[in-house]
Write a protein that binds this ligand. Sequence first.
Ligand SMILES: *[C@@H]1O[C@H](CO)[C@@H](O)[C@H](O)[C@H]1NC(C)=O
Ligand SMILES: *[C@@H]1O[C@H](CO)[C@@H](O)[C@H](O)[C@H]1NC(C)=O
Ligand SMILES: *[C@@H]1O[C@H](CO)[C@@H](O)[C@H](O)[C@H]1NC(C)=O
Ligand SMILES: *[C@@H]1O[C@H](CO)[C@@H](O)[C@H](O)[C@H]1NC(C)=O
Ligand SMILES: *[C@@H]1O[C@H](CO)[C@@H](O)[C@H](O)[C@H]1NC(C)=O
Ligand SMILES: *[C@@H]1O[C@H](CO)[C@@H](O)[C@H](O)[C@H]1NC(C)=O
Length: 795
Amino acid sequence: MEANWSHLLNLLLVLLSPIAFAAGFADTLGKAGNITGDETLVSANGTFTMGFFFLGPSTNKKYYLGIWFSVSSSDAICWVANSERPLSDKTGALVLSDTGSLLLRDGSGQVAWSSNSTIASSSSVEAQLLETGNLVVRDQGSGNVLLWQSFDHPSNTMLSGMKVGKNLWSGAEWHLTSWRSADDPSPGPYRQVLDTSGLPDFVLLDGNATIYRCGPWNGRSFSGVTEALGNTYTDLLTLGVTISPGEISYSYTSKPGAALTRLVVTDDGKVNRVVWDKSSRGWTHQPIFQGPRDPCDDYGKCGSFGLCDVSSVLSFCDCLRGFSPASPSAWSRDTSGCRRNVKLQCSSNGVTTDGFVLVKGVKLPDTHNASVDMGMSMKECRSRCRANCSCLAYAAADIRGGGVPSGCVMWTDNIVDLRYVNHGQDLYLRLAKSELDKDFPLAAVVAPVAFVGAALALFLLIWWRNKTKRNASDGPWSPTMGDLSFDLPTVKMATGDFCQSHVIGEGGFAVVYKGELPDGRTVAVKRLKQSALTDKGRSDFAREVDVMANVRHGNLLRLLAYCNEGGERILIYAFMPNKSLDLYIFGEPSDRARLNWRQRLDIIHGVAHGVAYLHQGSEESVVHRDLKPSNILLDDNWKPKIADFNTAKLFIKDQPDQSDPTIVVSPGYASPEYLQGEMTLKCDVYSFGVILLETLSGQRNSPTKGAISNAREFWQQDRAMALLDPTVPLPLSTPDSEMRSELERYVKIGLLCVQEAPENRPDMSAVVAMLTTRNSDINLLPRAALQNVAAATCT
Ligand SMILES: *[C@@H]1O[C@H](CO)[C@@H](O)[C@H](O)[C@H]1NC(C)=O
Ligand SMILES: *[C@@H]1O[C@H](CO)[C@@H](O)[C@H](O)[C@H]1NC(C)=O
Ligand SMILES: *[C@@H]1O[C@H](CO)[C@@H](O)[C@H](O)[C@H]1NC(C)=O
Ligand SMILES: *[C@@H]1O[C@H](CO)[C@@H](O)[C@H](O)[C@H]1NC(C)=O
Ligand SMILES: *[C@@H]1O[C@H](CO)[C@@H](O)[C@H](O)[C@H]1NC(C)=O
Ligand SMILES: *[C@@H]1O[C@H](CO)[C@@H](O)[C@H](O)[C@H]1NC(C)=O
C-alpha cells in the first residue's frame, strides 16, 4: 500500500524549491509570516519538514498541508491538516491569526482548515515544528502556554512521544485513523484506539467493530505482541502505558540515536511498525511488526471459549479443555464457539468444588468486561476468583516482576479472542472438578506405552519441583490441544512411502525424511528405527509426544503431528531449511559470515527464552539435558528452535552412539556435576552458557580447552573484544564502544552460566532478565577472583 505513495508523491521533492533552501530552514512561524507555495518549516535538527504536497494524478492534483520525515518526503506523510478539504492549487497559505489559530486559506482566502486554538488576544503567539514532528502553537506571553499541538490530532501515524488513549478530565480521545486510500488522506474506516475498559488494550477497529487486538497491557508489552520484548524492539524504543486519574494512554519513545520508526494504520486495515534503514535510504521492506498477522489474529476467530493455534495441523480453532464445539458441525466451529461440558459446581455463598486449569503461552482474552485489581497477589486473585461463582478465569495483570507476576484480572462473562503466542502468558480457567480429574485425550493415548518405561531414567526428565503433592486443579501442561495423531497412509504419502531420496538425516535411533503434507507444508518426518522400538524406545517416543504436544513456544521446535500405528512410531515437525546452528558458528568462513552480530545475539536470546520456558513450569519443569548448537535449528528467519527432545537424534551426524541409554553426555556441554550423575535445571544453564560463548567466539568448547577457558582468559585480561569471531559481520551503525560494552555483557552472562558450582549459576529466568535488560546488574566475581577459578579448572 505505502509503496504506492512513492509514485504518487515522487514529484514532491520538486516542490521543495531552491527558494525555500535559500531562505534557510526556519522551524517557527510568527504572526507576521505565512507559508505558501514551496516554502516549508524544518525542525531544528532537520528530522521533520512541514509544507504543501500533492496527491492524485497530475491532471487532478490535490494539495495538502502536511508534516513528513525529511529523509523520505515521498513516502511517509505523518500528519495532514486539511485531509478532508484539499486545495486545488499551490496558492494557499498557512498563517497564524491574532488569536493564536493556525489558518489554512486557499487562493481566494477561504479557510480550508483551522486549528481552532484561540486565546483572547496576544502579540506573542508562535507556531513551531518541533524535532519530534509535533507542530505546536504557544503563547509566549503567558508562560509559554501550549495552545494547540498536532500530536493531539493524529492522522494515520504514531510517532515517538505521541499518545493514543483517553484524557479522562476532558473526555478527549487520541486515536489513529487510516487514510481512505493511498491518494486520499481523508478518514478511512480503520482506527487504532486504546480500549481503556479492563486492562488497556491497543485495538484496531473497522467502523465500530474490533478486528484485531494487540492484547491487554501487562506492564511490559501488549500481551499478544511479544515481539516488543525482543532486541529489534528494545534497541529501537521503549513502550509505556500511563494510567493516572487524568489519563490512560499508550506511547513509545525512540531511544537516542536509534533508527527512525513510525507506527501506521494502513488504508487496507493493518497496523504496521516500519523502520528507516539508513544504509538503503528507505523504509525497511518488511514492517518489524504487522497486525493482524495471521488468521488467529482475526478478532474472536474461534468464538467463545475457543482457542486459536496457528501452527495446528488440522484446524486453527479448538475448544478450551472442558469445552466442546457448540455447533455439531466442525466446519462452523470457527464462529459459534464452544460450550462447557460439565456445569460448574458453585453455590451463591461461595462454596465450590471447582478448580482451575492452566492454559499456557497465550495472548490473554479480551478484558473489555473483565475486572482488574492491580493490588492483588496471584494467590489472592485465585481465591477471589474461586469464591465468586461468576468468575470464569483469572490471570496476572502485571508480569514485570518476571517470576513473580502480580495484579489480578478476572473474566466473568466470556472468554473471547484467545490464541497461542510465543512467550505468551498464563491463563487459569475455571472447570468443574470432574473435568479436572479426567485425563486429557493425548495422555490417555500414550499413557499405557509410557508406563512400560517409566521406571527407567528418561532422556527427557520431568522435574518434579514439588514432589509431595500434585495439585489436580492445575494440569502440568496446557492440556488444550487438538488430536495431533496422523494415520500412516498420510505419512507415507508425505514422504513418498519413506523413499530413500527423501532422507535428510539419520541417527542411531531414527531416520529423518523431508516430506510434504497435503496442505503443501514442508515437514521433517522422524521415523523411529525398528531396532529402537524397545520398551525404552517406545516410552521415549511417548514422552516426546506427551511433552512436545503441550509445549508451545516460538523457540522450541513444534511437534505438528505423530503417528503410532502398528509397529510405526513417527514424529512430524516443521521443516527447518537452515538446519542447525553449529553449521554456521563452526563452519567455513563463508558460512560463519551468514550470521551477523545482531543475528547471533538474537539467537542467544531465543535459546535463552526457549530454555527458560522449559524450566518455568510452576509444578514441574523440563530439563533438556542435551543442549548444544547441533540441537538448535534455525528457521528461514534464522530464529532458533530448540530440538531433540528424546533419544533419537534429529539432524545430527556428530552424535556418538550411546551404548548406555540412561546418560546423555555431549562432551564440552555437560556440566561437571552432570558428569557425576547429578541432575538439576542448572545443567541446562551450563550448556546454555557454553552455547553463548561458542556462538560469539566461533570456537568449540572441549573439556580441556576451548570457548570457556578462552573467555575466562580474555575476560581477565579485559580484552573481551578479542573473543569475537573475526568473521562475524559487524553493524556499521553501532559505535565500537557500544558494541564492546554489549559484547562484554554477553561474555559476562556466559561466564556466570558456566561456573563450576551449580548453585552459583543463575537460573534461566534470571539469564533472560539479564539479557533483556541493558542496565541490569550482573554480579560476576571480580577479575582477580576469576583468575583463581580459571586456574583451578586448568589443574
Ligand atoms: C505571505 O507573506 C508575504 C510577505 O512575507 C506577503 O507578501 C504575502 O501577501 C503573504 N501571503 C498571504 C497569503 O498572506
Ligand atoms: C540537535 O542535535 C544536537 C547535536 O546532535 C543536539 O545536541 C540537540 O539536542 C538536538 N536538538 C534537538 C532539538 O533535538
Ligand atoms: C474548527 O471549527 C470549525 C467550526 O466549528 C469546524 O468545522 C472544524 O472542523 C474545526 N476544525 C478542527 C481541526 O477541529
Ligand atoms: C458506531 O457507534 C456509534 C455510537 O455507538 C454510532 O452512532 C455509529 O453509527 C456507529 N458506526 C457504525 C459504522 O456502525
Ligand atoms: C461485554 O459486555 C457487552 C454487554 O453485555 C457485550 O455485548 C460484549 O460482547 C461483551 N464483550 C466481551 C468482550 O465479552
Ligand atoms: C463477583 O464478581 C462480579 C464481577 O466482578 C461482581 O459484580 C460481584 O459483585 C462479585 N460477587 C461477589 C459475591 O463478590
